[in-house]
Design a protein around this ligand. Structure first.
Ligand code: HEM
Length: 404
């Protein structure tokens, strides 16, 4: 058993029991960050802060929300939006954060791809990141069900329909997920449980895994340089802060991170207070009506790229293409066969590959918003083919990449 001495302070008492100084040393003061990084490396912290805002605002919404198909709509649109003081503010913070978090996730992912931050022992950081992406997607979808408006009902119907798996006719799976033939009270109950308990717990656990996976290989840097962290940290601790290639996570790096977070928060609250309209679909301000299908049921902007791949093909092929698009990013570290952890700008054809991917996904997002008719459909299908082709050729172009 550990040796306990008479504690001289509360800190000492806690330290003897929880080893807080060790945790602080491992995760903060003796955790080294390369100097050669830019503001894009603050996106991880921006994501963590946005998740915290989602949790806090969600908790306040939960105090008034009623998970009942007869009461849910009014509990949101009347009680929270009109009766509860500042209820509207919490709802708008929650809605804007739910949308913006995906913008930041995509920037964070693309930064990882551009700088090859999933290589050389960093694969687990990437995989835990992808699990976070899936968990956030499920969180956003389940959240959309809760106000029980027209979009909740019909998007819930369309998306859960995918689980009948096309010509496999897995209706049993579909009905099991829905808790009935059509969305009703059991459907709302389960998505409520997922949204407020299960998925947030999963996200918290995954963020822990993501941070833990970062601790051993340390974060990458702008040049993909292999840094001897121990030697550089020694230099830093001996007082040669200028000569060292690293800085301490706490408080040197944190203060830089917080600056970017501060700028982000100004932008975020500007959106919340003056331009929140983009975050909530007007169709969802109409109560759910199983007898009336809205003219258009389209997903939020962050799902449009994969939605356009889904609808570009016949049902079965579309489902396979959709599963491909969702799954392929998980194995990204294994598809990029080049040992170069250099930025894309120094990797020749990979640089081109990266920008074609960005343009293609943006194109899919735009096409996903437009009706799938005539030219829009053809262009959408072309983008879908390009997306699939990009990932098929990736192992080949990276295998023969010159070492830089
Ligand atoms: C949504 C919740 C997420 C949170 C809170 C989060 C947080 C962080 C933090 C704090 C860092 C370290 C600093 C930085 O590079 O920004 C980081 C790094 C990283 N994250 Fe995430 N992340 C999330 C999602 C993702 C996703 C979706 C991916 C991609 C699949 C991803 C991939 C990475 C990679 C590859 C790094 C290492 C960067 C490097 O070594 O330079 N993360 N993340």
């Amino acid at each position: 058993m550990a040796h306990f001495t008479k504690a001289t302070s509360l800190h000492d008492w806690m330290n003897q029991r929880l080893g807080i100084d060790t945790v602080r040393r491992v995760m903060a003061t003796e955790y080294w960050i390369p100097k050669n990084i830019n503001f894009l490396w603050a996106m991880g912290m921006v994501l963590a802060v946005t998740f915290a805002m989602l949790l806090i605002s969600g908790l306040f919404l939960l105090m008034y929300y009623q998970p009942n198909i007869h009461l849910a709509f009014d509990s949101v649109n009347d009680v929270i939006m009109r009766q509860v003081p500042f209820g509207w503010l919490f709802r708008d913070i929650h809605a804007v954060a739910a949308s913006i978090v995906f913008l930041v996730i995509y920037i964070h992912m693309l930064t990882g791809i551009y700088y090859g931050s999933y290589k050389k022992g960093r694969e687990m950081i990437w995989i835990s990141g992808m699990l976070l992406y899936v968990a956030f997607s499920a969180e956003a979808f389940s959240g959309y069900m809760l106000p029980w408006g027209q979009l909740s009902y019909w998007a819930g119907t369309v998306i859960t329909d995918l689980f009948s798996l096309g010509s496999l006719h897995a209706e049993w799976l579909l009905h099991w997920i829905r808790g009935g033939y059509t969305p009703g009270q059991p459907f709302l109950d389960r998505f409520f449980a997922l949204h407020v308990v299960l998925l947030p717990l999963l996200v918290i656990g995954l963020i822990g895994l993501h941070f833990g996976a970062l601790r051993i290989p340390h974060v990458n840097n702008q040049e993909g340089e292999e840094i001897d962290f121990e030697a550089e940290a020694k230099k830093y601790k001996s007082g040669d802060k200028k000569g060292s290639k690293v800085i301490a996570f706490a408080n040197d790096f944190m203060s830089k991170d917080m600056f970017v977070v501060g700028v982000y928060l100004i932008f975020f609250f500007y959106l919340v207070l003056f331009h929140n309209g983009f975050a909530l679909d007007p169709i969802n301000f109409i109560p759910a009506n199983p007898m009336h299908t809205p003219a258009s049921v389209e997903p939020e902007w962050y799902f449009l790229w994969s939605y356009d791949i889904l609808r570009g093909f016949s049902t079965n092929v579309g489902l396979i293409a959709f599963a491909f698009a969702q799954g392929i990013f998980f194995v990204f570290p294994f598809l990029d066969r080049s040992p170069n952890a250099k930025p894309a700008s120094k990797r020749g054809i990979f640089f081109l590959w990266f920008w074609i991917l960005v343009i293609d996904m943006t194109g899919l997002t735009i096409m996903g918003k437009l009706p799938p008719e005539g030219m829009y459909r053809e262009v959408g299908v072309m983008f879908a083919y390009i997306f699939i082709a990009l990932f098929i050729i990736l192992p080949f172009i990276t295998k023969f990449e010159k070492k830089v």
